[in-house]
Design a protein around this ligand. Structure first.
Ligand SMILES: *[C@@H]1O[C@H](CO)[C@@H](O)[C@H](O)[C@H]1NC(C)=O
Length: 400
């Protein structure tokens, strides 16, 4: 018996000291594409833009009002119009609460949320760019949560709204979803062929059939992780899908409906999470190690040669080395395409609120989707269910 305890103790001691338990940390970008890393050694950091990750020094941004980060399923989302990071699942004692990190003002607030049937321990979600509404699938049921224009919590609670059953096969399906061009893409849905994704069209609130097929390198019809690349303005147009086996990183372009296979992550970890800026895909492995892949939205040959590298500046501080047998240790990291340098983390990059939001949505017209995107900028609250169709009728009328 004592021996077992010793083994257990040793296991604990040899675990990377960098982090609280896996799942209690997350990374996100602010709108100037600084990498924000929450809950590493109990602290939060701003690691700057990708040009500084090889040898820069992250800034400690730990401050009051932050969540305890004691959850096991912490998820971060960027509300781009508001330069705010929404953090879910970061407070065990208030599992429904959503903490907001106002990245421009470097302030935390705690937004209470009515679960209204939503299970915060079992879901996948995306935050829609234009409407600032969360769309989630939990146990086969759809839910939405309208975040309005919150960069600071309201004193009144916001509520999840049940939108009915998802209209894709959800039995034995752990949803893998990502957003681009106001559509939600579901990867690995049972019955879909490799290279195809099921689609929910947010602004028209309908499930598109059949699944959309993508040309090029077909991503496998398996479970994985997906996250979308931001643009400086407007809706996302490309999604990274990383199958659990880590064999490749698939970049799915929803404008051309084609896919390119890039290098798989150096650290193969089905429990890793991902977050992308405009040009960098970051992996947070379960042991806390961070690595990244430069992705140029327009340069296929650069992408074909792109390699994963550690986010050395942060790994050094947190004691984590990017795993995967040293494959990711090349210092050539910074020979990257990521060049968005915008200095301070000040909240000026995304100044648009409601007004400019709809302006920029209109500027990047969704090809072929026919969505009246200019009219459906921030403020048009839509949801999964039929109720939103009424909302769209209203929008249509307001266009006349
Ligand atoms: C790409 O797929 C979307 C979603 O199905 C569709 O709306 C769009 O028309 C397609 N674009 C092209 C260029 O085929």
């Amino acid at each position: 018996m004592p021996r077992l305890y010793t083994v257990a103790l040793l296991a604990l001691l040899s675990a990377p000291s960098a982090l609280a338990a896996a799942g209690s940390s997350c990374v996100a970008f602010d709108t100037a594409w600084n990498l924000l890393a929450f809950n590493f050694n109990g602290k939060d950091y701003n690691a700057g833009t990708s040009d500084s990750w090889a040898s820069g020094t992250p800034t400690d941004i730990t401050t009051t009002g932050r969540p305890p980060f004691d959850g096991t399923n912490t998820k971060c989302y960027l509300a781009q119009f508001f330069n705010a990071i929404y953090v879910l699942g970061a407070d065990k004692s208030k599992p429904n609460d959503l903490y907001i990190y106002d990245a421009g003002n470097k302030k935390w607030s705690d937004q209470s949320v009515n679960a209204a049937g939503f299970d915060p321990t079992s879901y996948e979600a995306i935050l829609d760019h234009d409407t600032n509404v969360f769309y989630a699938v939990s146990k086969g049921e759809t839910f939405s949560l309208d975040m309005g224009d919150l960069a600071t919590a309201n004193s009144s609670a916001v509520s999840w709204v049940d939108g009915g059953a998802a209209e894709i096969t959800t039995t034995n399906y752990d949803p893998v979803m990502s957003v681009a061009q106001n559509h939600i893409f579901f990867f690995g849905v049972p019955g879909n062929a490799a290279g195809s994704a099921s689609i929910f069209v947010i602004h028209f609130a309908f499930w598109q059939t059949p699944a959309q097929a993508f040309t090029g390198d077909a991503f496998p019809a398996t479970h994985g992780q997906a996250t979308s690349f931001f643009l400086d303005e407007g809706v996302q147009q490309q999604i990274a899908f990383i199958p659990d086996d880590g064999s490749k990183t698939y970049i799915v372009n929803v404008e051309t409906n084609s896919t390119a296979a890039l290098a798989g992550p150096s650290t193969v970890d089905a429990a890793a999470t991902y977050f992308a800026s405009t040009t960098a895909l970051v992996q947070l492995a379960a042991n806390g190690a961070l690595s990244w892949l430069p992705v140029d939205p327009k340069d296929a040959s650069a992408n074909a040669a792109a390699k994963w590298s550690p986010v050395a500046s942060l790994n050094k501080i947190t004691g984590s080395a990017a795993g995967g047998g040293g494959a990711a240790t090349s210092a050539g990291a910074s020979g990257s395409t990521a060049s968005k340098t915008s200095g301070a983390a000040g909240g000026s990059a995304a100044t648009g609120k409601a007004g400019s939001a709809s302006g920029s949505a209109g500027a990047s017209t969704p090809s072929g989707s026919g969505a009246p995107s200019a009219a459906v900028g921030r403020g048009a609250s839509v949801a999964w269910g039929a109720g939103s169709v009424l909302g769209l009728v209203g929008i249509a009328f307001s266009l006349l």
